[in-house]
Design a protein around this ligand. Structure first.
Ligand code: ZN
Length: 500
């Protein structure tokens, strides 16, 4: 075999992996949008087979031999080819270390646990979910040893969502957040409260749909490459850098819910659409990590979308869509309303300021759970204690407490911190962006093109062709969480009239 031939074969293998992925994504999308209710079983069979085929391709002898051959002459390869070989080798070796029967068992367990979690949440009964969660924690600790035997189990899991992040990095990050944000939240709670009652009038879904179209236009999302659908939980699904789908959920007694979901998912979509063509159909396409992905979605949602400049720019149009509801409201009142701070029970409904504390609570629990110092049965008690301590709210039941998120039922331990990291990366990106372009001058005209252009150059184009840490350094410089806490302190002290 010569090098050219090997590279061609590797290209084809990656395209096959892409094809399996695209097929699975289509089935998933169909299931959550237009498929009839009682059809999940058949899709489950198809998805299981596709996942198995993908796994076979990824760990097969053909892949192994190609990677061995190509890595023996790395210096002859271009930068991108080297990256591909390294990335595939990482996946290959990791998947090889997991015994096939344990992988099957784990897949089945997460399928089952998803169902159990749903029912337990509805019944608000943690005990119902406990046995499945205990098995998941055991398996995940074991898997951590396969992923990275040299690391502590929780570090190995964290690394899968944000390569390079570990407990030492996150302990420092969250300590800064806790020290600076808890007092700020308490002070905002004691100040005069913001009126957001006009956000909860009747907002017909039919008009909200048109408003979503408008928001996508402002964001510069090309409708020939990105559509919007409706699902229970909003998400972004990328097929490739020319085909991305976002979804939202219309709530007729709340304007901000869907509005900020569209902007958030739109931020994920812009990232995927901005990835360089030369990475298409390889393992290097797609956003690089959960943290970097969230840095983009939360940048558009909060830093831009909840800024005074952006709200003022789109407000006249909002009044056109909703003249009865917003006719007597000012842009300034809208700005304050969408930034109302209110310690609450549910993470996905939290405001920009309290959001990270919801994440911190999950981080502290996961750290103890995977580390072995907290038993699954003690989760509700620990959860409720931390909500009281950090947010001052009393958790009335498990449905609104430790059963609210689906992540653990899918085995996703170590995922949550990326939401908070992403928010913090975004604040640092803003600071650097302000040095290069007139961010607020353009945003106040409703023009996001230079903001997106900056992010495309510093982040989007690279896809996964660089390590998350390199991309963060490229856009943020040295990571410093105080930039984020300063940004929040500045913004919310002004809104709530607090002394800094
Ligand atoms: Zn997101």
């Amino acid at each position: 075999m010569d090098r050219e031939q090997a590279l061609k074969e590797l290209e084809l293998l990656q395209k096959k992996l892409y094809a399996y992925n695209a097929a699975s994504s289509s089935l998933f999308l169909d299931g959550v949008t237009v498929a009839p209710g009682d059809t999940a079983e058949g899709r489950g069979v198809a998805l299981g087979i596709l996942a198995g085929e993908e796994q076979k391709l990824m760990t097969g002898t053909e892949m192994g031999e190609l990677l061995d051959f190509l890595s023996s002459g790395m210096e002859e390869l271009t930068d991108l080819q080297q990256r591909q070989v390294k990335e595939l080798k990482r996946h290959y070796e990791e998947q090889k270390r997991i015994p096939a029967e344990e992988y099957m068992e784990y897949t089945m367990l997460t399928n089952e646990a998803g169902d159990i979690w749903h029912r337990a949440k509805e019944a608000s009964d943690f005990e119902m979910f406990r046995p499945a969660l205990e098995k998941l924690v055991d398996m995940k600790r074991k898997f951590a040893g396969y992923y990275a035997p040299e690391k502590k189990p929780y570090d190995a899991l964290l690394d899968r969502y944000e390569r390079g992040a570990d407990m030492e990095y996150l302990d420092h990050f969250f300590t800064v957040l806790k020290e600076r944000l808890v007092p700020l939240i308490h002070a905002a709670g004691e100040a005069e409260q913001v009126d957001d009652s006009f956000l909860h009038l009747h907002y017909p879904a039919e008009i909200q749909r048109k408003f979503s179209d408008y928001l996508m236009e402002v964001m510069g999302l090309d409708r020939n490459h990105c559509t919007i659908g409706e699902t229970e939980h909003p998400f972004t699904l990328e097929f490739n850098n020319k085909d991305v789908r976002i979804t939202t959920n219309y709530c007729e007694d709340s304007l901000a819910d869907s509005m900020y979901s569209v902007i958030h998912e739109g931020g994920h979509a812009l990232y995927e659409l901005g990835i360089s063509d030369e990475l298409a159909y390889t393992c290097l396409t797609g956003g690089v990590s959960m943290g970097v992905h969230e840095s983009q979605s939360r940048f558009y949602e909060n830093i831009i979308g909840r800024s005074r400049a952006f709200v003022s720019a789109i407000f006249p149009k909002m009044q056109e869509f909703f003249p009865e509801q917003l006719g007597n409201v000012t842009a300034e009142q809208m700005y304050r309303a969408v930034n109302k701070v209110e310690p609450s029970l549910i993470r996905t409904e939290a405001d920009e300021l309290t959001y990270c504390l919801h994440v911190l609570i999950r981080y502290e629990i996961e750290k103890q759970l995977i580390g072995g110092s907290l038993e699954v049965r003690d989760i509700p008690q620990e959860w409720n204690r931390l909500y009281q301590e950090y947010l001052g709210v009393t958790v009335p039941d498990d449905r609104r407490g430790c059963l609210q998120d689906s992540h653990w039922s899918g085995g996703d331990f170590g995922y949550f911190p990326s939401y908070a990291l992403g928010s913090a990366y975004g604040a640092q990106m803003l600071k650097n962006m302000e040095k290069d372009i007139d961010v607020w001058g353009t945003v106040s005209k409703g023009d996001l093109s230079s903001v997106t252009g900056w992010l495309r150059e510093k982040v989007h184009q690279y896809g996964s062709s660089r390590e998350p840490g390199e991309i963060v350094a490229n856009a943020c410089g040295t990571f410093d969480p105080t930039v984020y806490t300063d940004y929040l302190t500045e913004k919310y002290s002004e809104i709530y009239g607090l002394k800094k």
